[in-house]
Design a protein around this ligand. Structure first.
Ligand SMILES: Cc1cc2nc3c(=O)[nH]c(=O)nc-3n(C[C@H](O)[C@H](O)[C@H](O)COP(=O)(O)OP(=O)(O)OC[C@H]3O[C@@H](n4cnc5c(N)ncnc54)[C@H](O)[C@@H]3O)c2cc1C
Length: 318
């Protein structure tokens, strides 16, 4: 069977590589950074299609992924569990994501559940992937299927194609350089991990650009966010952003009080006007990148789309 090289070991590369190897293909991963150093390792990693286009496709991939995550949420070793997530919104905004959930997984929030000053929200039961467990879990699953991962930067894909490999591009922002795609750009996000003291409500306010705020309760800490700076390449967290995030999140959830900061991290969301998940014309390259703020949310749906494209290549070679 034709060998497959997956480029990248973030959430897109790992989910895709797992899907392909478990479908019987010989697969290897080549990656510039190991999983724990990718953007994916910084993510809050809750199911919510944020900054992912086009909306109809992102919703479909999110729905497909939701069902896969439900299976994983039953297994403690995956780091995936279902949580109640309050999505703050207002009339007139696109909330079509909620129509993708099972009817009993989402309802309008009650007034007493809303932070002061908010008029509307949805309480949704969604998957949360604790990245420190979930990414190693996926890597282990890939290795169990005899998958190999090599940490090295790829500077050209032609040699791989000449060796007969099908190339799957899951390089995120790296596609800008490797494939000359200038439409993919960073939306810088910072998170602040704080110590858990008491219960908090996980929630997001993503209504207005420049005012993103979210609180995600994990098993070992609370993740606070965020920032959404387009075209900012700074991968280092800043003290100014830490303070902005703390102030915003305290307004959302008074029970946070004066939290003890454990760690601040920044990552570059790979945004594109449209997620690219398709075979390239004329060569055996299948792209899967540009997932913006929703790489986890759409991961399994996109992995299935890649598998379908590869099955077409194998049946009808280019
Ligand atoms: C603060 C923050 C919070 C977020 N919260 C959420 C959330 O709650 N839910 C959600 O769904 N999403 C969230 N996201 C978005 C999510 O993290 C991204 O969409 C996702 O990580 C993209 O994954 P990826 O695998 O495509 O890219 P990446 O994780 O960036 O991985 C790219 C991979 O490609 C490799 N690579 C790049 N260039 C090359 C090359 N030339 N040769 C070889 N390898 C290469 C890299 O080394 C890396 O392994 C968040 C992001 C941030 C920053």
């Amino acid at each position: 069977m034709q060998p497959i090289t997956v480029l990248g070991a973030g959430i897109s590369g790992l989910a895709t590589a797992v899907r392909l190897i478990e479908s019987g293909f010989p697969v290897r991963i080549l990656t510039k950074e190991p999983p724990e150093q990718t953007v994916s390792a910084v993510a809050a990693a809750i199911w919510f299609p944020y900054e992912a286009e086009p909306v109809d496709k992102a919703n479909r991939w999110s729905a497909e992924s939701y069902h896969e995550f439900i299976k994983l949420a039953g297994l403690p070793e995956t780091g995936v569990r279902m949580v109640d997530f309050l999505v703050l919104t207002r009339p007139g905004l696109d909330n079509s994501w909620k129509d993708e959930l099972p009817a009993d997984a989402v309802r309008e929030a009650r007034p007493e559940e809303l932070p002061a000053g908010y008029e509307m929200g949805y309480m949704a039961r969604v998957p949360l992937a604790e990245t420190q467990t979930y990414l190693p879990y996926l890597l282990e699953r890939f290795r169990k299927g005899s998958g190999e991962i090599t940490v090295r930067e790829v500077t050209a894909v032609e040699p791989l194609l000449e060796e007969g490999h099908i190339v799957v591009n899951c390089t995120g922002l790296g596609a800008r350089q490797l494939f000359g795609d200038e439409s993919v750009y960073p939306i810088r996000g910072q998170v602040v991990k704080v110590k858990k003291t008491g219960p908090v409500q996980s929630m997001v306010d993503s209504m207005d650009k420049g005012r993103l705020g979210y609180i995600i309760e994990r098993s070992d800490c609370i993740v606070l966010g965020g920032t959404d700076y387009g075209h900012d390449y700074n991968r280092q967290p800043t003290e100014e952003d830490t303070q902005t995030i703390l102030a915003r999140c305290r307004q959302l959830e008074r029970r946070l009080g004066e939290p003890v900061i454990l760690q601040a991290l920044a990552g570059l969301r790979p945004k594109r006007p449209a997620i690219r998940c398709e075979k390239e014309e004329g060569r055996n390259v299948v792209h899967n990148y540009g997932h913006g703020g929703a790489g986890f949310t759409v991961s399994w749906g996109c992995a299935d789309e890649v598998r379908a494209a590869i099955l077409r290549i194998v049946r009808w070679p280019a």
